[in-house]
Design a protein around this ligand. Structure first.
Ligand code: FES
Ligand SMILES: [Fe+2]
Length: 372
């Protein structure tokens, strides 16, 4: 393990433990994060949420454009969400300053007289770029006191492969630092123990596996392969199309796992993101889309919820253990993806600090072997 990775592991262990606001919480700034479901913002309602320990107030202008502001008035810090929103401006509940929702620019300070020199339009509330995609409001988070880079790119979109498809969303909160949530998400070895179900697999189906991985920008890919023969849903798919089934799984910084399953014209695409709310709380947002005519949404949701609940219950138990700051291990090969994650994160931070190109922890394709 290189020094940077070791430091990150230590820092994150400390981060999860300490609540002192001055310690580095180990978040990755200047990325898009899903803040909430689009359906949550309707009419002139203001909704509060939190990303990376930043309190946000989110709403939708009368033109339908979502916006996100720091939920704090720049005057005296009272949450703007206590104020009123008329579809254009947010009025603070304390002294009635009004802010244009789309730009967060102040448009009125009622206490000013025509003697006053203060330029109202120079006053801004904190605000963040906001885009709607795949049924989420995404917010691009820059660190407090810093500016967003010029070119932040568009918010992520779930890949889909036909015009008509079904789509569904699931979410669950984990009482964990985002790093624990992410390495839990990419961990191949917990499946037979945590996700035992009659419809998926049992602990006795454990067998040796060998998977190819390759580097991709900001992440790594489990190269296209035919999924485990012991998983019932894949067998059904293969029977349906009579063609081979291939699965590709990507992990991309800051927090995203994408899975694509294709067989002939049939496809399934999913994305899980683990978003830091606070240093001791993160949320998995899972969205899946597919054109598999034999898979009804309610059935899929039932399976999906079971999976997420199994992970959540495990993370709740793990959090009990992590309170006492144990020494932890990452082993080869099953934890190699987790090592890559920590190395990618360390290398990104280093590249940003030095202004040099980001080094990738993988120099080429790698085969990993484990039993699961
Ligand atoms: S605190 Fe918001 S207007 Fe004074
Ligand atoms: Fe899991």
């Amino acid at each position: 393990m290189n020094e940077a990775v070791r430091t990150i592991l230590q820092t994150n262990n400390q981060a999860a433990r300490q609540s002192a606001p001055e310690s580095d919480p180990g978040f990755l700034w200047d990325f898009w994060y899903p803040a909430l479901r689009s359906t949550k913002i309707r009419g002139n309602h203001l909704v509060t949420t939190m990303l990376l320990e930043v309190p946000l107030v989110v709403g939708r202008t009368s033109e339908g454009q979502p916006f996100a502001m720091r939920d704090s008035c720049p005057h005296r810090g009272i949450p703007l969400s206590y104020g009123r929103f008329d579809g254009q401006t947010v009025e603070c509940s304390y002294h009635g300053w009004r802010f244009d929702a789309a730009t967060a620019r102040c448009v009125e300070i009622p206490s000013l007289t025509n003697q006053d020199k203060l330029q109202v339009d120079r006053v801004f509330a904190g605000h963040y770029p906001c885009e709607e995609r795949d049924g989420y409001v995404w917010v691009c988070m820059n660190a407090p006191g810093s500016r967003l880079p010029e070119n932040i790119g568009a918010a992520p979109a779930l890949p889909v492969f036909s015009q008509k498809y079904k789509i569904t969303h699931l979410a669950c909160e984990l009482p964990s630092h985002v790093d624990q949530g992410i390495i839990g998400l990419m961990d191949p070895a917990h499946g037979p123990f945590v996700h035992q179900s009659w419809f998926w697999r049992s602990k006795h189906s454990i067998h040796a596996k060998e998977k190819q991985f390759e580097p991709i920008p900001y992440g790594f890919r489990m190269s296209p392969h035919s999924p485990s023969a012991n998983s019932a849903p894949y067998q059904v798919l293969k029977k349906m199309t009579g063609e081979t089934v291939t699965t590709t799984i990507d992990f991309v910084l800051p927090n995203m796992r994408l899975e694509e399953i294709r067989s002939g014209k049939l496809w399934f695409s999913s994305r899980a993101t683990v978003t830091p709310v606070r240093r001791d709380l993160c949320r998995i947002d899972f969205v899946a889309a597919w054109n598999l005519f034999f898979l009804p949404v309610p059935l899929f949701r039932m399976f999906g919820k079971t999976f997420l609940r199994q992970d959540q219950e495990t993370m709740i138990k793990q959090a009990q253990g992590l309170k006492h700051d144990p020494r932890l291990m990452l082993i080869d090969d099953a934890d190699r993806p987790a090592k890559w994650y920590f190395a990618l994160k360390a290398n990104l931070l280093e590249a940003r600090r030095t202004g040099t190109p980001m080094a990738h922890p993988m120099s080429g394709p790698v085969t990993l072997r484990w039993r699961s």
